[in-house]
Design a protein around this ligand. Sequence first.
Ligand code: MN
Length: 244
Amino acid sequence: MNQLEDLLRDLVVANRVLAREDVVDAYGHISVRHPDNPKHFFLSRSLSPELVERRDLIEFDEMGEPVNDKRPPYLERFIHAAIFEARPDVQAVVHAHAEDTLPFGLVATPLVPVIHSAAFVGGAVPVWDIRDKFGDTNLLVTNMAQGRDLAGCLGAGKAALMRGHGFSAAAGSIFEVVRLAVYLPRNARVQMNAMRLGEPKPLSPGEIAARTASYKPHAPESWRAWEYWATRAGCGEPYRQAEG
Ligand code: MN
């Protein structure tokens, strides 16, 4: 298989993983930048991630419009288009409604990394409120202006919460954005539980930097997570490593 087909296979698997790990349900989506045409990206047609197959993937242009495809797209594809536009370093984007993250979009208490596996979030997660600029809407990101405003809130970061709605996460690869999307809700759950007991002690900036510096994308301990998630989602076969 060529590089593009390998990437699109990974995107299908990532859809299944996010569903299996309860990051998404009927709603939520993941995209990857086109490796040969960096203004474009791939995203499923409007379909629950658990059901996505290779034939469901559509190429989109830089304005979030489908390229030569008449099937209904996700209404919120502009999240992906705007983040890819603003962030040349980003190769993959997730948008999800994971319930554990939602309280932190409603109150002043910030969502911060409190567990080692969420260090990659980088720091306090900013909250984007669509109402600040667009007034009363249906809360969905349905055009580029809204997507760009969200991308502005994300800034150079890894994730932004969306008030009353969910979160969007961005990273340098499909694997990294899946990892972010899996651990962000878990971090939120741990932080919330800790707050019931007292004042949580977040990771320090130095600890976050040390975690980030020691991360090696192709190390066995990194690969192990992808192999595990893909296998749990019923798609582990292409990734299973030979012994020895
Ligand atoms: Mn949404």
